[in-house]
Each structure stands twice: as structure tokens, then as C-alpha cells.
Ligand binder design. Structure first.
Ligand code: IPE
Ligand code: IPE
Ligand code: MG
Length: 226
């Protein structure tokens, strides 16, 4: 059994997949699946915070996802504004929000200014919270993160595990204990490749909008399973 104090040291990372399939099964447009996925994320955040979990990192949008149809991309962008706008809920649950992804000033960065502002405001407005740290990966790709960390390390004259660690998008992020992927896919899809080196992996058939507290507990159980 995982006790409350040990959960404070636990880091869960979720590849939130299957929003499109969730919608398709209900005869709804894909955008409705993304809306349901964002709402479920808010619920998962609340459950994890109340369990006393220390870190939750979620894959919201990848560097590869920009090729999706423009209307779908616009909808997903607006949902990130909504997600980063949930400051009252985050504060009520003592959750500090963070973001990882391609820096906004880097060539190729496509994050619109209104999403940048929502991200920056949420980080500032939840900075004082002392409970769970929620990190949203948006315009994130692990290979790009590692290329950047290697380049910055090399500029300083040495490339070691420690130097790579200190040049990741969030150098404070601890290693991942368990990575979750929903919707029956058993791929990592360029998510946190460095940070999940020693992690357990929990694959579930559930689509992301149906991922619930029982699923979180099943993923947590893997951490202490031999
Ligand atoms: C995950 O759901 C959300 C994002 C990748 C942004 P998908 O949109 O990938 O859903 P499926 O895989 O098509 O079901
Ligand atoms: C991974 O899901 C990215 C996110 C959850 C944001 P995708 O649905 O984009 O992944 P692939 O392309 O099927 O591997
Ligand atoms: Mg998918």
C-alpha cells in the first residue's frame, strides 16, 4: 500500500490519448472529445491533489500535433487557455502549475500570444501554492528538449548527465515514477524520454475522458509492485 507521506514523492506522467476515439464512439465531433478531455483533466488534477501526490505531468499538445486540421488545433489551443485559466480551482487545491515546451522565443515556436499569456499568468497566480505541482507539456517534444539541453551543455564545455539535467525545460522536474498512456496505445510518442528512464509504464484501454480515480490507483500500484 502506498501511504500518504510517500505519495508526496510520487511523480505521475500522463499521455492523455483517445479524445478523438471517445467522441467518435458517441457520434460526436473530435472537438467534443477534446472538451471532455480537458474537463476530465481538471477532475484528475483534483483527485491527485487530494491523494497528496507530489507531481503530475500531462502531455497536452506535442510538437508533432500542429499538423492536425487547423480547426482542431484552434480548439485545442482554446482549451489550453481554459485549462491555464482554472486558477481558482488550482488555488483551492493548493496546486502550483508549470509548463514545459519549446521556448516561445525559439525559431519555429508557434504558440499564439493569447496562450502564452494564459500560461504565464497561471504560473504567476499559483506560484505560492505548496501542494502538488502540475506540469502541462504544450508544444512539447522530448527530442527537441534533449537537442537543446545537449547544445547548451556543449556550449559550457562538457556534456554529462548532470549538465543535461540542468538544461532540460524544467531542471527542477524529478524523475518520473510511472508513465500512463490511455486509449490502448503502447507508444511513448516523444514524451519525457530522458525523465522516464526508470519509470514503470501503465497502459490502459480507457480513453482519456474516461480515465478516473480507480485508474490512478491502478497506476500507483505499479510503482511498488516488484
Ligand atoms: C489526445 O487525443 C489529445 C491530443 C493529442 C491533443 P487524440 O486527439 O490523439 O485522440 P485519438 O488518438 O484520435 O483518439
Ligand atoms: C500523443 O498523442 C500526444 C499527446 C497526448 C498530446 P498522439 O495521439 O498525438 O500520438 P501518436 O501520434 O498517436 O503517437
Ligand atoms: Mg491520439
Amino acid at each position: 500500500m502506498v501511504g500518504p507521506s510517500s505519495l508526496a514523492n510520487v511523480h505521475i506522467a500522463c499521455i492523455m490519448d483517445g479524445n478523438g476515439r471517445w467522441a467518435k464512439r458517441r457520434g460526436l465531433p473530435r472537438t467534443a472529445g477534446h472538451t471532455a478531455g480537458e474537463e476530465n483533466l481538471a477532475e484528475v488534477v483534483r483527485v491527485c491533489a487530494q491523494r497528496g501526490i507530489g507531481r503530475l505531468t500531462v502531455f497536452g499538445f506535442s510538437t508533432e500535433n500542429w499538423v492536425r486540421p487547423p480547426a482542431e488545433v484552434r480548439h485545442i489551443l482554446s482549451l489550453h487557455k481554459k485549462l491555464f485559466g482554472r486558477v481558482d480551482e488550482l488555488n483551492a487545491n493548493n496546486v502550483r502549475i508549470q509548463w514545459i515546451g519549446r521556448p516561445f522565443d525559439e525559431p519555429g515556436s508557434r504558440t499564439p500570444a493569447y496562450v502564452q499569456r494564459a500560461i504565464q499568468r497561471a504560473i504567476t497566480d499559483t506560484a505560492g501554492n505548496t501542494g502538488m505541482v502540475l506540469t502541462v507539456a504544450f508544444d512539447y517534444g522530448s527530442r527537441a528538449e534533449l537537442v537543446r539541453a545537449s547544445r547548451l551543455s556543449a556550449q559550457l564545455g562538457e556534456v554529462t548527465e548532470t549538465s543535461i539535467d540542468s538544461h532540460l525545460y524544467d531542471p527542477e522536474m524529478p524523475r518520473v515514477d510511472v508513465v500512463v498512456r490511455t486509449s490502448g496505445e503502447s507508444r511513448i510518442s516523444n514524451f519525457l524520454l530522458w525523465q522516464i528512464a526508470g519509470a514503470k509504464v501503465y497502459f490502459t484501454e480507457r480513453t482519456w475522458p474516461d480515465f478516473d480515480a480507480q485508474e490512478i490507483d491502478a497506476a500507483l500500484k505499479l510503482i511498488h509492485a516488484t
